[in-house]
Design a protein around this ligand. Sequence first.
Ligand SMILES: [Zn+2]
Length: 144
Amino acid sequence: MIAPLPPAAEDLLDRVLCPSCLTENVDGEPFCKKCGAPIGFGATYGPYESVLAQGHALRQAAEGRPKLVILLGTWLLFGPVVAIGLAAISFIMFSPEPGNTPDAIFVGLFGSLTALNIAILYRVTKNHFSKRSPAIEKEESEGS
Ligand SMILES: [Zn+2]
């Protein structure tokens, strides 16, 4: 017969280390309690949880220094949306009959969508050019 584990060891078995920030989490939780990184199976299978996991991946991409390929990909994804949004807004604003309600709704809708996309583009681009890559920072802190 196997002796039961002491309470402290049993406690350890129920914990998972977050791969992102190394915080101890209770086993079975889909997300890290500290940084929100997906740590459990629930994070990939639940519809709501997978959205949160994708959000975490996006934040990771937006927080570090994005690689050139990510920068280009972001522009390819969001650039046309911004261009179309701005074109639609200017078309509505300068159309012969401005000022009726549906137009205002469209301008608001396109405007907020376009602003959001511009914010994403700005953030990723700024991060790419202002932050140095972790590898370079590491080399410098090791003192050459
Ligand atoms: Zn974490």
